[in-house]
Design a protein around this ligand. Structure first.
Ligand SMILES: *Cc1c(COP(=O)(O)O)cnc(C)c1O
Length: 396
């Protein structure tokens, strides 16, 4: 279908929940996308931190193809090997002992919130169900996860929200300590706020949260949906600080674009989940877990995360060099290959101009250009993106 017509039909037949760019994407490879008219784009969005290994990596495609011929889905009434293998890999790489598999970030957070409530009830009885989350956080669009999200615009029109959520300032320990009371069962936080504008917390923030939570037996939940799976140069973002949570959620990059989520926790907390207390028809199918096993294998290869860290540092240096030149760049921040550039004005025009010049970037929190290239990005590609940005900035 011709591009203009296709966009019209999309508007006619698809719920208008997204404002999209005027482009129809049809093919991807590595750090590049092509629209259906054959135009090439350098992709520094990676499907919003999903395609960490780039578009259509051949080994992942091969695993997908082979598993699709062997076994796709049987439900969780039965055991399957790829699921167990993935659970062992994930738990072997962090604080967790157990995993619950699901299909998206919101579902992973939903599982975390349900588990926190149930654990608290098992230990302390009813009434202790409150969750403290952060202002400008993002945790998903289901009723519970939008209630957990500390942004008015995500709540609007869906009230009444799920009961028990309170929002405090990110990166301010006192506000968490003040907000915890007899009704609190958990604190939910992104180790780096993604949608909130790539906000990296102070060095001792997670340790401080851990201490406050442990003292009151309140569960600490990390939402690593955007920053996990190697994005920051460690497998999980909180591993930079080495402060373990009680529960962690993953999704986006877990299977490089095949929909998947996971909620990880300790044996002690997992006791609250008993047969029948939570479930997902599609959670952890042999197909998605086989793909995720391949993704995990690649990210875990020797030198992979070192390369993410060094490429991130290189990219950051290029962005800092731009900041030196252009006074309207307020700040460059981030870790590994999630980088943000805060401007003095809304970033949407820069995003459009980048697209015109064949590069895809994203803007969040209105004024923050967010860069989320595939983790396999090279210097050449970083340089090209930087040149495109410079060509735009010089005219602003
Ligand atoms: C994307 C995201 C979610 C929601 O994930 P979905 O798969 O869209 O439900 C939750 N938390 C964070 C931090 C995210 O970046």
């Amino acid at each position: 279908m011709e591009t203009q017509k296709l966009m019209e039909k999309s508007q006619e037949h698809i719920c208008q929940t997204y404002s999209r760019f005027n482009v129809v994407m049809s093919r991807g490879s590595g750090c590049y996308l092509w629209d259906q008219e054959g135009r090439e784009y350098l992709d520094f969005v990676a499907g919003i931190a999903v395609c960490n290994l780039g578009h259509c990596p051949s080994e992942v495609a091969q695993v997908l193809y082979e598993q699709a011929q062997q076994l796709v889905h049987v439900s969780n009434l039965y055991y399957t090997e790829p699921q167990v293998k993935l659970a062992r890999s994930l738990t072997g790489a962090c604080f967790a002992d157990k995993v619950f598999f699901c299909n998206s970030g919101a579902e992973a957070n939903e599982a975390a919130l349900k588990l926190a409530r149930k654990y608290s009830r098992m230990r302390y009885g009813p009434g202790r169900y409150g969750v403290i989350s952060m202002k400008n956080s993002f945790h998903g669009r289901t009723l519970a996860t939008l209630s957990a999200t500390g942004q008015q615009k995500v709540h609007e029109g869906f009230e009444p929200l799920v009961d028990g959520f309170r929002y405090v300032d990110f990166n301010r320990l006192e506000s968490v300590a003040d907000a915890i009371d007899r009704t609190t069962c958990a604190v939910l936080v992104e180790p780096i706020q993604g949608e909130g504008g790539v906000i990296v917390p102070d060095e001792d923030y997670l340790a401080g949260l851990r201490e406050i939570c442990s003292r009151q037996d309140v569960l600490l939940i990390y939402d690593e949906i955007q920053v996990g799976m190697g994005r920051t140069g460690k497998l999980f973002a909180h591993q930079h600080e080495n402060v373990a949570p009680d529960i962690m959620t993953l999704a986006k990059a877990l299977a490089n674009g095949i929909p998947m989520g996971a909620m990880l926790t300790t044996d002690v907390v997992a006791e609250a989940f008993t047969p029948g207390s939570h479930a997902s028809t599609f959670g952890g199918t042999p197909l998605v877990t086989a793909v995720a096993n391949e993704v995990f294998r690649q990210i875990s290869q020797d030198g992979f995360l070192d390369r993410v860290r060094s490429m991130g540092a290189y990219f950051r240096d290029q962005l800092l060099a731009l900041q030196e030149k252009y006074s309207f760049i307020r700040e460059v921040r981030g870790r590994g290959l999630i980088l943000g550039m805060e401007l003095e004005f809304p970033g949407s025009e820069v995003v459009s101009l980048c697209q015109e010049r064949g590069a895809l970037i994203n803007c969040t929190a209105e004024k923050v250009l967010r860069f989320l290239p595939p983790l396999i990005v090279t210097r050449k590609e970083v340089d090209r993106l930087t040149e495109i940005l410079e060509a735009i900035f010089v005219q602003m």
